[in-house]
Design a protein around this ligand. Structure first.
Ligand SMILES: [Zn+2]
Length: 342
């Protein structure tokens, strides 16, 4: 099984001295980002050239010489600011408008810095976190997360520390074992609710429930046929076009309305129970889980496919090569998420 990457956020309890150091680090990270961007603009002006990592590194070295106080802060967090800028340039090239990265203003950007963790180093011991240059920080979190962070199977990639205006938080990027999987023939099923006609309700047992839009489809077909018989852009043609659009709208609205009503109406849970009572005599409750990334995560290896678009219904996992049906994969992930208590 491959590694399973996930994020865990904990609340930090900092001493007044650490608070000063943190704020310094936030400032220096932002300063580095802006300074490198400034140097880039001096050199290239408004051209669309993407600077290489080496170039940005050179800028970083120069900035450190010009601004000696940057040397006082933790060095990997400055390198991470450099990497962030490099990523911002790459992303700007990908987007259609080619917007070059903007300066990080104090008002708009959440103060944060990111430290990388050297291999074989464990930054967490019980409920204390050791950050380079900042020393030991006590944090609080749930028992499950504490176990996860202290488990020998957990590998740390990096730690982002941020400030929301009241408290400081640390967000861990960790690699763990994939979550345990429930056998798919068990008493529990995961359901994914969609707004498309490829099945609005999909279960982890590969059942799909289709919403009946047959009548609408027939009408659309019928009007299309009528339209093909008359002269293009004639009065009748235009009338028919309006009617066609009406049916199109009706079809989408109906679908969306139905799903919206079902999800937000408590009646839905009852109906869902009744529905599954038919073949799940022991169905005892319906619970909701957080839906983020359920379609993008491969349920075999836990790889998160960030490039996946909404339109792609079937795809091959880039990591383990398994073929996944987007909806069924999501339903299985929902089931596992519930089982693992996330
Ligand atoms: Zn996979």
């Amino acid at each position: 099984m491959g590694e399973y990457i996930r994020g865990v956020v904990v609340k930090l309890h900092v001493t007044p001295e650490q608070e000063v150091l943190f704020k310094k680090n936030y400032g220096c990270t932002r300063k580095t980002y802006n300074e490198l961007l400034n140097k880039y603009k001096d050199k290239y002006g408004d051209s669309n050239k993407i600077p290489t990592k080496n170039e940005l590194n050179q800028f970083l070295k120069e900035s450190k010489k010009e601004l000696p106080y940057l040397e006082e802060t933790e060095s990997t967090s400055l390198q991470q600011a450099r990497d962030d800028l490099h990523k911002a340039f790459k992303n700007s090239f990908k987007s259609k408008r080619h917007n070059t990265p903007k300066f990080h203003s104090k008002k708009k950007i959440r103060p944060s810095f990111r430290q990388t963790i050297r291999k074989e180093k464990r930054p967490v011991e019980n409920n204390t976190l050791t950050l380079r240059k900042h020393g030991k920080v006590i944090f609080s979190t749930s028992i499950e997360y504490l176990d996860l962070l202290n488990s020998p199977n957990t590998k740390f990639n990096n730690i982002t520390v941020y400030y929301d205006g009241l408290n400081h938080y640390a967000s861990f990027n960790i690699e763990t074992n994939p979550p345990e999987q429930l056998p798919l023939t068990g008493k529990h099923i995961g359901c994914d609710i969609n707004s498309n006609k490829k099945g609005w309700l999909v279960t982890s047992e590969r059942q799909k429930e289709f919403f009946d839009v047959n009548h609408d489809n027939q009408m659309i077909k019928h009007i299309n046929k009528l339209m093909s018989k008359c002269r293009k852009r004639s009065r009748r043609w235009k009338k028919l076009q309006k009617r066609l659009q009406k049916w199109y709208n009706k079809r989408t609205n109906q679908l969306n309305d139905y799903i919206e009503k079902l999800t937000y109406n408590l009646q839905f849970i009852k109906r869902l129970k009744d529905k599954f009572q038919l073949y799940k005599s022991e169905a005892d409750g319906v619970q909701f889980v957080k839906p983020h990334n359920t379609s993008r995560t491969c349920h075999y290896c836990g790889h998160i496919n960030k490039e996946l678009k909404v339109k792609t219904r079937n795809y091959v996992c880039p990591k383990c090569g398994k073929i996944l049906d987007r909806d069924i994969n999501a339903a299985i992930n929902i089931l596992n998420r519930w089982f693992n208590g996330d």
